[in-house]
Every structure is written in C-alpha cells, then in structure tokens.
Design a protein. Structure first.
Length: 82
C-alpha cells in the first residue's frame, strides 16, 4: 500500500506543475525500450537495481520531491529530452 500511496504522491506532484508535464511525457517516452511490445515492462531485477543503487529503496518509494527536482533539471537541460 505504501508504494501505491507514493506513486499517487509522485503523480500529484507532477500534475500540479503544468510546466513539468511535457518533460515528464518526453522522459517517459525516452525510457520506453525499443520493441517494447515484446517486453512491455523492464525486468524486476533492473528496477530493483536502479532503486537500490540510487536510494537504497525500491524504485516505487522514491520521494516525490526528488522526481520533481529531476524533471525540473530535465526541463532546463539543453538536450534532446527538453
């Protein structure tokens, strides 16, 4: 239940900031792997590794403020995800 609550908090943090909608959509599209239809979701081991490598937590428990900060950085970065 804690993961669902955190996911809702992350979504709410992004929804209330319309300036981050486009960077969030672009980042999501960028993270979708090639030929995604053959394996629509990343493996659990990869997601576990990413969350533990950065936070020591499952990826679904990343603090919403960190997601917002990352999206703001993506928005300001002069690269292809802007």
């Amino acid at each position: 239940m804690k993961r669902v609550t955190n996911l809702v908090a992350v979504a709410a943090a992004v929804v209330i900031r319309p300036g981050l909608w486009l960077p969030a959509i672009r980042l999501t599209a960028r993270l979708v792997p090639d030929r995604w239809w053959t394996r629509p979701l990343p493996s659990r081991s990869y997601l576990s590794y990413r969350g533990n490598a950065v936070y020591g937590l499952p990826l679904s428990l990343i603090p919403p403020a960190d997601v917002v900060t990352y999206l703001e950085w993506c928005k300001s970065f002069p690269g292809p995800i802007r």
